[in-house]
Design a protein around this ligand. Structure first.
Ligand code: 3H9
Length: 692
């Protein structure tokens, strides 16, 4: 089947990329485009060209499988196509709809003109894959739209809307129906003999690229994107686009692209890209299972989680009722939701119109019968099994037949909750992460009796809500919190042995977490952490450090009380000698001689237990694949994406070393801390997997 279609329509050659599903620029596509360009150039009956994509989308860029292979790309290269486009004496118009991303947009930027459909999205998202645009994007984008816009767009990787692209000069027109308008545009360019514009040669915007602009931007990036290779190289290339001639800037871009392509960061981010897509697929759901329609939703509980979950539905345009039996508590919850939307509007991430439309989807109710019409009801009440069972019994009495009954529990037994109803097949976990309207992860949990159609429905719902859905099996803490338990406990063991909160947090922040484990505890509330630990279904002989309990007893609840593992002035954390004294007291009581711990030991002791438990979780089938564990940890727990997630990191950094670390922990920490059989098997076979 042709991957590039060619047709001449009244003197205009239409070259259409047709490579499902996303028109990636594979070698065959590049060859097809090169051939079509040559054919159009040679045909005296062709006066102009239109480059477009089939099936409503232009192109998602380079073929990621080809880039990830790490091999040199087979000719023709994107740069050769661009040279042919720029050399064309006949006007070439790129017609952009759907997505014009990465190498796709770079191809369009080498055309003389670009016309976009109103809904199209243009972007250079390479940075999200640990890459830089490698086909002239840093040069042409900068020269068309100016260095400031290029810095923002290329270091964030966020796609632009058509109106914004028009404003920046990346598009020459926005029009629909696109196919006809592009042909009209191309003919007009011929009839009016419009000068053929080469983005690479434009100079008018470059004076904005002052040394101060780049210095300021580098300073901003230093904090936000610490440790990452691609963003810093993008800034260098944009600066080169402003200060060097086109050929030099392109050579620099090429070298930087290859450096990124061969980096571990690129491999880690590509792993996550494909892992997120794989996670949406549940192999044991019978083929052809249709998700149940979700036209309306309800949330039980108007607290922080309930309100946030309601916002997720409202943002997707799905009407949602929020139930709170107490009218005052309901009003308080809805007030918080309104404040959240107002904050988004004042930050500029939402227009007033969008916020109003979302708010119009949310309705507060105070009685269970008001939930009768909802297609899905998500319970988000207090994390207690008896409380949740009562809620589900009440819900069972009113929810319509066929409705999905979901719980937002973060640890509790889905099966026990399902047993409170007469329809356990309808019961499923939908675990959102706080703040629910922002955090991407949706950890769906199936009980042993959950109907496959219900599972398929919540997975599809996750994508519709703009979340990253992952399916987990039913166990204490599911995937994420089951692993997190070890991380939190180990942070305190490290303190007992001689580390300080600053050191532990610094090591993990240097690793790439936005916040270290103790700073996170202070943010969430030490009392909350302590209560969750007490309620977990953990083995009776589990050993804890008493540090957390002592902190709570001393009123050191965290940021909310101005004192926790740190003292706080506003949100600024300040090391507190009183905390060190409290920790030293615990060390003394336990007969531990404090010592200086190295940064690497701290990192490995916090991360090895995650990998260890992750291996068990995969072997038990609680996670369907090791990549699912990575997706959970990156999207729900702040694990740095460019490290690929704990399982990927474990593989890359060496399982044998992590096994040795765990062997040293087991004698003092307990059996659960020793290397699992699953981890040993992974080290021997080179892959995590299900139990043989
Ligand atoms: C680049 O261009 C480098 C250049 O600067 C320099 C070169 C020299 N290749 O996401 P979806 C697959 S780097 C191959 O579920 P959506 C994807 O795996 C590239 N395959 O759909 C999935 O497969 P499956 C810069 C790709 O509608 C299927 O397509 N470009 C590619 O939610 C559907 O994808 C990017 O980073 C690809 N490039 O979202 C864009 N893209 O069905 C990456 C997707 O087997 N892509 N697939 O699971 C995206 O952001 C989204 O896929 C997109 C569609 C927004 C396009």
């Amino acid at each position: 089947m042709a991957v590039v279609n060619y047709r001449v329509i009244s003197g205009v050659a239409r070259i259409e990329i047709d490579n499902p599903p996303v028109n990636a620029l594979s070698q065959a596509v590049r060859a097809g485009v090169a051939e079509a360009l040559a054919r159009a150039a040679a045909d005296p009956g062709v006066a102009a060209l239109v480059l477009s994509g089939a099936r409503g989308t232009f192109s998602a860029g380079a073929d990621l499988h080809e880039v990830a292979s790490g091999e040199a790309m087979a000719p023709p290269l994107a740069s050769e196509l661009q040279a042919a486009l720029e050399a064309s004496r006949k006007p070439v118009v790129a017609a952009l709809e759907g997505h014009a991303l990465g190498g796709g947009l770079e191809l369009a930027l080498a055309c003389h003109f670009r016309i976009g459909a109103p809904g199209c999205r243009l972007g250079l998202p390479e940075v999200k894959l640990g890459l830089i645009p490698g086909a002239g994007g840093t040069l042409r984008f900068t020269r068309l739209a100016g260095p400031e816009a290029a810095l923002e767009s290329l270091t964030s990787g966020v796609a632009l809307t058509a109106p914004r692209a028009l404003e920046l000069g990346l598009l020459d027109a926005v029009a629909e129906p696109l196919a006809e308008e592009a042909l009209t545009f191309a003919r007009a360019a011929v009839d009016e003999a419009r000068p053929l514009k080469l983005a690479a040669q434009l100079k008018s915007r470059l004076s904005a690229g002052t040394p101060e602009l780049f210095a300021r931007f580098r300073e901003r990036l230093a904090g936000r994107l610490r440790g990452q290779l691609a963003p810093a190289l993008i800034v260098d290339c944009i600066e080169a686009a402003c200060t060097q001639d086109a050929a030099e800037a392109l050579a620099r871009e090429r070298a930087a692209f290859l450096r990124c392509r061969d980096s571990e960061q690129h491999r880690a981010l590509t792993h996550l890209f494909f892992a997120e897509r794989a996670a949406r697929k549940v192999p044991d759901i019978p083929p052809g299972t249709e998700p149940l329609p979700v036209r309306s939703a309800a949330v039980i509980g108007a607290g922080t989680m309930g309100g946030g979950i309601a916002m997720c539905f409202a943002n997707a345009g799905i009407p949602v009722s929020v139930l709170e039996l107490n009218a005052e508590a309901l009003e308080r919850g809805l007030q918080q939701v309104r404040r959240n939307y107002a904050a988004s509007v004042s930050r500029g991430s939402l227009s007033q119109g969008q916020a109003d439309a979302a708010l119009a989807c949310i309705r507060g109710v105070t009685e269970y019968p008001s939930l009768a019409g909802a297609d899905i009801v998500i319970e988000a009440v207090f994390e207690s099994l008896p409380v949740k069972k009562d809620v589900f019994a009440a819900l069972d009495a009113v929810a319509r037949e066929g409705a999905i009954l979901a719980t937002n529990t973060s640890t509790l037994d889905i099966d026990a909750i399902a047993a409170a109803t007469r329809r356990p097949g309808a019961v499923v976990g939908t675990h959102f992460f706080s703040p629910a309207h922002i955090m991407k992860l949706m950890e769906n949990v199936r009980g042993p009796r959950t109907d496959p159609q219900v599972i398929a429905s919540v997975m599809a719902l996750g994508t519709r809500l703009g979340k990253v859905p992952v399916l987990a099996g039913n166990c204490d803490g599911f995937i994420g919190n089951r692993m997190l338990g070890f991380y939190g406990l180990e942070a305190e063991f490290l303190l007992e042995e001689g580390a300080t909160p600053e050191q532990v947090d610094r090591v993990m922040e240097e690793f790439g977490f936005a916040m270290g484990p103790l700073a996170v505890r202070d943010l969430a509330g030490n009392d909350v952490g302590f209560m969750i630990r007490k309620n977990r279904r953990l083995p009776a002989d589990e050993r804890f450090s008493p540090i957390l309990e002592r902190m709570v007893a001393a009123g050191r609840l965290g940021q909310k009380s101005g004192r926790g593992f740190y003292r706080y002035e506003g949100r600024t954390r300040i090391a507190d000698p009183e905390v060190v004294a409290l920790i030293e007291e615990v060390s003394r009581e336990r007969g531990i001689v404090r010592r200086r711990l190295g940064d690497e030991e701290i990192r490995d002791r916090l991360l090895a237990p995650l990998v260890n438990e992750g291996a068990r979780i995969v072997e038990e089938g609680i996670a369907l694949r090791p990549g699912d564990v990575d997706v959970v940890y990156v999207n729900g727990y702040g694990f740095p994406a460019w490290r690929g997630g704990p399982m990927h990191w474990g593989q890359v950094s060496g399982l044998a070393r992590l096994i040795a670390t765990l062997e040293r922990l087991a004698p003092t920490h307990g059996e659960r801390w020793g290397p699992s059989a699953a981890l040993r098997r992974a080290a021997a076979t080179g892959a995590f997997g299900r139990a043989p």
